[in-house]
Ligand binder design. Structure first.
Ligand code: 4NP
Length: 164
């Protein structure tokens, strides 16, 4: 099973969500059975490591960010069982790439997995202050926990079956 996280630049939110999900999977003993990766809809930062401000906020909270920015593509629909996006603009962009209706249904807002979420988007921290990056860490950790609870309840297998 493979899960892809997508934001705009692939240097702030999606690498943090990726690390938070890895952490939650490891705590649940599921790190061997599920792979996680991340990508961005935009091209500005291709090949770059995570934003230093994001990496610092994540490290402060004990999350180690990894990877280099890459752009999401139609090929990702063949590789991933679930594609989780950070905001509604990402949702529109990635659904627009989907090869068919069933693939479209595999693209979902990440925060729909968060218990008691106060919104459906992970706010873009890029042009704001330190608090925005800290908030990304908090939100992605809560979402990761909700996602792993859903996986443990068999959600991912059910979703993969439905899309064949
Ligand atoms: P991300 O944040 O989508 O969470 O990686 C951003 C990174 C870069 C830009 C915007 C958002 N940018 O405009 O370059």
């Amino acid at each position: 099973m493979r899960i892809l996280l997508v934001c705009l630049g692939n240097i702030c939110r999606s690498p943090t969500a990726e690390a938070a999900i890895r952490e939650a999977l490891a705590e649940a003993g599921l790190e061997q059975s599920i792979e996680v990766d991340s990508a961005g809809t935009g091209t500005w930062h291709l090949g770059e490591p995570p934003d230093p401000r994001m990496a610092a906020a994540a490290a402060e909270a004990g999350l180690d960010l990894s990877g280099r920015a890459r752009q999401v593509s139609v090929d990702d629909f063949a590789e991933f069982d679930l594609i989780l996006v950070m905001d509604r603009s990402n949702l529109e962009d990635v659904r627009g790439l989907a090869p068919d209706m069933r693939a479209r249904e595999r693209v979902r807002l990440f925060r729909t997995f968060e218990d008691g979420a106060d919104g459906d988007e992970v706010p873009d921290p890029y042009y704001g202050g330190t608090g925005g990056f800290e908030r990304v860490v908090e939100i992605t950790r809560r979402g990761a926990q909700g996602l792993v609870d859903w996986i443990r309840a068999g959600g991912l297998e059910r979703a993969a079956d439905r899309v064949g």
